[in-house]
Design a protein around this ligand. Structure first.
Ligand SMILES: Cc1ncc(COP(=O)(O)O)c(C=O)c1O
Length: 365
């Protein structure tokens, strides 16, 4: 049995360090924010090559507070990928702004810069580029467009801990399945802009910069000390884990190349990936998933693009509004890819995919 992911493996590998970190927080008597969170913020900012980091309660809040910190709200429009996890859209909606979805490039599944340029209008305030599946969006091209058109570019880096952020402010999630995952919820914003970082800090602490002085209507979105302590332990292993992810992805790309009908992930020139997931495409996706399940290999499917979800029914974006995003959602299948996958398991997965994908050919012959 090869599950898609088993979160216990990372915890077990680091058990002594994690136990010590948790015990340290218990002894400290400080359970929300405090020195552990401040130290994590410093370490994560440095890791990302950014000047500031603000820990918050989760990735959705990180993105919402980043946008609110930029004073984005009702009457504004924000460009988002049509193909992303729904939280990217929810963050924009939570500010009161309107989402303007843009189709992805069919090659990279990330934002298509030319389409972004076409979608910019009089009310556009920002572009949220998502580093989906761990692959950086085309930040250079998007940055040039954003600067020329006078809009802000930020990144949803929830799936991309460890990529070069290119100097752009970014929102992270530390949901347990992420490349850097907590033992619960967590999130952060990293930025070079000190004033923006301070606004986010205040907004996430009930609008309070000073105790009992509430100047803005904030929310409660703080990072727990326990999660910060756990994240500090895991951060020390992130590069090594991302390296292992890259090796496994390289192996899948080499070994699965040339299978008829199978479209493998494509990392564009000038982009990088930390391989949060290995999302490939196959026209008979559900059938392939069933074949692999028969071999006891777990896979993952993200079947519904945000515009077809009930949450955005009132936006009037029915089926056919974003055909590229819809086709990706119909065909995408992610294979297991995590740092604790063994080479034997990788070999077994490759063998099973090759065999399954060749079955229809054999049946025809
Ligand atoms: C692209 C993307 N954005 C935002 C989020 C939201 O993160 P969280 O679940 O921590 O709120 C996620 C998490 O799944 C994500 O994958």
């Amino acid at each position: 049995m090869i599950p898609f992911l088993d979160l216990r493996l990372a915890t077990e590998e680091l058990r002594p360090e994690m136990d010590e970190a948790v015990a340290r927080v218990m002894r400290s008597g400080v359970y929300i924010l405090g020195p552990e969170v401040e130290t994590f913020e410093r370490e994560f900012a440095e890791y990302c090559g950014a000047r500031h980091c603000v820990g918050v309660a989760n990735g959705l809040d990180a993105l919402t507070l980043l946008l609110r910190g930029l004073a984005i709200g009702a009457g504004d429009e924000v460009i988002v990928p049509a193909h992303t996890y729904i939280a990217t859209w929810l963050a924009v909606s939570a500010t009161g702004a309107r989402v303007v979805p843009v189709e992805p490039s069919p090659e990279t599944c990330n934002l298509d810069a030319q389409r972004v340029e076409e979608a910019i209008g009089a009310h556009t305030r920002a572009i949220v580029a998502v580093h989906l599946y761990g692959q950086t969006a085309a930040m250079e091209e998007l940055g040039e467009i954003a600067q020329r058109r006078g809009v802000v570019l930020v990144a949803d880096a929830a799936q991309a801990h460890g990529v070069d952020l290119g100097g752009y402010s970014a929102a992270f999630s530390f949901y347990p399945t992420k490349n850097l995952g907590a033992l619960g919820d967590g999130g952060a914003v990293v930025t070079d802009d000190a004033a923006l970082a301070e606004r986010i800090r205040v907004l996430g602490n009930c609008g309070s910069g000073e105790k009992y002085s509430n100047e803005v209507r904030g929310v409660n979105s703080r990072l727990d000390s326990l999660q910060a302590a756990v994240l500090r332990v895991k951060l020390r292993h992130l590069d090594e884990w991302n390296h292992r992810r890259r090796e496994i992805a390289r192996c899948y790309l080499d070994q699965l190349a040339g299978i008829p009908g199978l479209t493998l992930p494509n990392i564009a020139d000038g982009c990088d990936s930390v391989w949060h997931v290995f999302a490939m495409r196959y026209p008979r996706r559900d059938w392939l998933a069933r074949q692999l399940a028969r071999e006891e290999i777990g896979t993952l499917v993200h079947p519904v693009p945000p515009h077809l979800s009930g949450a955005y029914r009132d936006a009037g974006l029915g089926r056919g509004s974003f055909p590229i995003a819809e086709q990706i959602a119909e065909q995408e299948l992610s294979l297991p890819l995590h740092p604790h996958l063994t080479w034997e398991q990788v070999e077994e997965i490759v063998g099973s995919v090759c065999l399954a994908a060749c079955l229809p050919l054999r049946a025809r012959a």
